[in-house]
Design a protein around this ligand. Sequence first.
Ligand SMILES: *Cc1c(COP(=O)(O)O)cnc(C)c1O
Length: 755
Amino acid sequence: MPQINLTELAEQSFGTSLEQLDDRRIYKLLVKLVQERSATCPLNNGKKKLYYISAEFLIGKLLINNMIDLGIYDEVKDQLTAAGHDLNKIEEFEVEPSLGNGGLGRLAACFLDSIATLGLTGDGVGLNYHYGLFRQRFVDNQQKAVPDEWLGEQDILVDDDHSYTVEFGDFAVTSKLVNIDVPGYGQSTKNRLRLFDLASVDDGLVPGSSIDFDKTEIAKNLTLFLYPDDSDEQGRLLRIYQEYFMVSNAAQLLIDEAVERGSNLHDLADYAVVQINDTHPTMVIPELIRLLTTEHGIEFDEAVTIVRSMVAYTNHTILAEALEKWPLASLQKVSPAIADIIVKLDEIAKAEHDDPRVAIIDKHDTVHMAHMDIHFGFSINGVAALHTKILEDTELHPFYEIYPEKFSNKTNGITFRRWVHGANPALASLLDDVIGTDWRSTGDLSKLANFADDKDVLERLAATKVEAKAIMRQFMALEQGVTIPSNAIIDVQVKRIHEYKRQQMLALYIIWKYLDIKNGNRPKHPVTIIFGGKAAPAYTIAQDIIHLILTLSQWIANDPDVAPYLQVVMIENYNVTAAERVIPAADISEQISLASKEASGTSNMKFMLNGALTLCTLDGANVEIAELVGDENIYTFGASSKQVEQLYADGTYNAGALYRKPGIKLLVDFITNPAFMATGNAERLQRLHDDIKGKDWFMALLDIEEYIQTKERVLADYEDQDTWMRKALINIANAGTFSSDRTISQYNDEIWHLN
Ligand SMILES: *Cc1c(COP(=O)(O)O)cnc(C)c1O
């Protein structure tokens, strides 16, 4: 590849020197550079190809990531720095694509990066949402959801001339396809993310500032939003239309490409493998069968056999409400042909296994999508050791008895390119200095452990934290309008707002800490507690939790006795860009879900990799982090997943009894203290108070006392910086396991068998 000379490019493109060029024009210059480099990379072209189908790809901004993957980042950065420019400022001109929502979508994005980095032939397939999930605004300390317009200004979509007809029950639509290049780190080849859109989509259906739109005009609205509000019948039906549109396009593309590469379709499984990311793409199973039989003359039984050997499913949750179940009648309305095939598949499954617990269609004519995946896929995996164990032992136990060989664990991972090289350059260069640069390709950080008692290395590690905090504080000041003290302990819980993740428990801790400071116990360092996350628009209690956090934030900021010692910040519109700024700066990683409820988590891995200490329940991948780093380098608390499962099974959890303990009552009742309530929305605060007191389905009151004690121990330990930095170093040294390159190697060796 030719050397990069930005000075020359600046002269050629704009007739001015690099020093003189403004950030916007530099941004344009870099976009063009990346596009040109990426365009010259040939596609990976193995015989067998992976199709990673997902409703979400939370890819984040791509400019810096692609420069890293294309191997030009350091050169570009050095030349810009020499000319007096700051890459972080230049990156502000890039819009973050709005194609995902939370951990599952971010996982899909990390996976695409690793698939390309390992040189495997595999594309992502999804939808091109015009307004994403939504953009989060805070108005009167409440979440307001507005359309996230990102398509207008993006520079990443490349047109593709594939177009398909998708037939629904009473009408048909035409699709169009756009691609996003996915170069691999250290590779000269690339893959792509394929995003289908509706040729007839009408942006005019979304009027300005509201995410409400006419849900009935399917042929015009199908790709406007990710997860349109499904709290009503129309919304649920639209979701099914979307899913079928996604998988019909994916299946048609897959067959076209396999034929192009020489498949006679009887041998399709030698040419393609499908990973179904959560249940949203499940209808790809009947759709492939439909296409093979009706369009390509293959007998039904053979088509079933083919599909059964090429489809694999990843389960991401054990929360019952998230395992999709659709009324058969709804599927019939969306696609009678698909509903017919599902009925036949259900008959086959029932003939093979006469057990209502594993039926695809239950006695209420409800279709269990995950059941179809397990019967008609060759693989099902969980996403962390504990999660897979729970699937095997309880949630999906009847299936595990039938198909033990189909089950496996693939603990999630994260791409180090984005979460260290890009997000924490100071740490990346320290690692280069201390353990050499091999870690950049191998992900192996274990040599760092040899320096656990090296005072110089520990001091330099502390300095990288200071640098990351400076970047975070600048982001908070410019983008969020908040000033964070430079000496504050940074304590972070960033993730979707959900009761099981228990942001409400951290809010109760904040109340405790507030009262403790009021009583004169002033912390040695100020503590800044940072939240970030969106709540589903129809999820009332989650909105109430956001309101409590924002109201507390304001209440504390206005109290001169406490404000110098405690600060609560909630990031508006938490997304990948915010994560990249905040996670490297964190001292404490809050992973406090109710044990058994968080399948894996991936932010826990990002924090660990960036040298934060984890404060956690033994849930999801926290269990694996704890095993790796050892008890003395992590802070665990709370009921075990076994205890929690027992409480649910017995139905003996009693929030009211715990609430009556004086120490707990004081905290919960603060929410409805008249003076506090007067500063917020009384209805929201009252509802949340009553919910915690009367129901507390995710048992915040069960763990709150131990949580407070443990957190106080963490804060006290922070005062011994030598020991603290040693713990941080041990965490980083053990984070190599959580590279998504490791995860993808396992998927490939044990499931996909590409190349
Ligand atoms: C990593 C990530 C998540 C997932 O966080 P969890 O704590 O694992 O739920 C969600 N959103 C963004 C923007 C992320 O980067």
